[in-house]
Design a protein around this ligand. Structure first.
Ligand code: GLU
Length: 435
């Protein structure tokens, strides 16, 4: 299906009318993978013909986001810099009768009295979509649609077709929401004598309730920067995006970008909506975290601990415990802010009721702790005793005395974190409270 003798040219054509959206990032990735896989060219084209809605801030957000993800392009264009090109095509269409100036009755103040309309030949358009198969449309219902507000101000359909033609685009890979634009664009191609690219319309991205991802419903969670700010790794996001609508047909789920290029196959892209599963994203991020050099991660964790507890010496063990528990880097902040490691650096406040295990009693608990405080450092001894008198009765108060938390690592881990002195001191403190 892919002709090895023909150079592949693809393009991603975001409109800077919003921040970099997850869907845009996914579509960019698929274009990128397709181009790299076949040694083709990947063009990035900012479609800013809509002057009212396009802004430089959005453009910057999109470009920064894509470069953070590592999706670099081979060529870059901005439609607002190509007005002359479109003007020539509008003129050509006016000359060959495929477009005409239409007098309009202005509906509101400031509206134009003239626009350029396409002369619709009213016919059936059929195209083969790489993902959706054969698609057929009757263009009659599109009427003579407007292609430019004036010869200097082309609208979206015209600009896209002219650019794809001039830039030699061979494959148009874009979101399924554009499928209904395709017949209009094919009509314009035919009018200007352009070749028809091969189309591939990617499935929509849906939330867990199978509803389209939208800013209105999902807020900032539709933006790439939302994930970047939480400390997701760019490689993990790419890995996750790749699986939004594509799978390699094997068990493998964790990929680097170069592995994705290797494995990607547009024939394996599904038609049905792709579900955005945040749990899966977290898991993928965790797998990618594990691939980072240990020292790099340790230094991030240590840094964050020192922000809360300046001047302490950070035991390696607590760094490891934190690393075991996180999926994304911001989990570290949450964990620290929630006080989950405070006990390592500060003596915990103890609550009498919480020291005593379930149906145990104050007297028994006191007796156990008095016994255990003499055996600090002797795990086997403590375990043997606990098994004799009741594990929970001994290990719960011990763990609580050391951490002051109902959830924390087991008491032996805590002991090794705190060392003998602090361990003994904390058990003594609990004993005093019970006496
Ligand atoms: N500029 C269009 C958009 O942002 C995409 C055009 C296309 O891919 O053909 O939705």
């Amino acid at each position: 299906m892919i002709d090895p003798n023909k150079k592949i040219v693809v393009r991603m054509a975001p409109s800077p009318t919003g921040n970099l959206h997850v869907g845009t990032a996914r579509t960019t990735l698929f274009n990128y993978l397709f181009a790299k896989k076949y040694g083709g060219k990947f063009i990035l084209r900012i479609e800013d013909t809509d002057k009212e809605r396009s802004t430089k801030e959005f453009e910057k957000n999109i470009l920064d986001g894509l470069s953070w993800l590592g999706l670099t392009c081979d060529e870059f264009f901005r439609q607002s810099e190509r007005t002359e090109v479109y003007k020539n095509y509008v003129q050509k269409m006016l000359d060959n009768g495929t477009a005409y100036i239409s007098k309009e009755e202005p509906q509101e103040e400031g509206q134009r009295s003239e626009v350029v309309r396409f002369k619709n030949p009213n016919k059936k358009i059929k195209f083969d979509d790489l993902i959706r198969g054969e698609v057929e449309f009757d263009t009659t219902e599109l009427k003579d649609f407007v292609i430019a507000k004036s010869p200097e101000e082309p609208l979206y359909h015209l600009a896209v077709v002219v650019d794809d033609h001039e830039m030699g685009v061979t494959h148009v890979i874009r979101g399924e929401d554009h499928i209904s634009n395709t017949p209009r664009q094919i009509l314009i191609q035919e009018a200007i004598g352009a070749n028809r690219p091969i189309y591939a319309h990617l499935p929509l991205i849906l939330d867990a309730d199978r509803k389209k991802l939208s800013k209105r419903k999902h807020g900032e969670a539709v933006w790439v920067e939302y994930y970047k700010n939480q400390g997701y790794l760019s490689d993990a996001l790419l890995n996750f995006y790749a699986l939004l609508g594509w799978n390699p047909g094997t068990e493998k789920e964790i990929f680097s970008l170069s592995e994705l290029v290797e494995a990607f196959d547009i024939d394996k892209v599904q038609k049905g909506g792709a579900i955005f599963d945040e749990k899966k994203l977290r898991w993928i991020n965790r797998e990618h975290l594990k691939m980072l050099p240990k020292e790099e991660l340790s230094s991030v964790v240590t840094q964050k601990i020192l922000e809360k507890f300046p001047d302490v010496s950070v035991p390696e063990k607590i760094v490891d415990l934190i690393l075991e528990r996180i999926d994304i880097l911001s989990d570290i902040d949450i964990l620290i802010a929630d006080g989950e490691i405070d006990y390592v650096f500060m003596e915990p406040d103890l609550n009498l009721e919480k020291i005593i295990w379930k149906n145990s009693t104050k007297e028994k608990t006191l007796e156990h702790l008095k016994h255990v405080v003499k055996m600090v450092g002797n795990k086997d001894g403590i375990m043997k005793y606990a098994e004799e008198v009741g594990k929970g009765d001994v290990l719960w108060p011990l763990r609580y005395a050391l951490s002051g938390r109902e959830k924390s690592p087991d008491p032996f881990t805590l002991m090794s974190l705190l060392g003998q002195d602090k361990t003994e001191k904390r058990i003594e403190k609990a004993i005093k409270l019970l006496e």
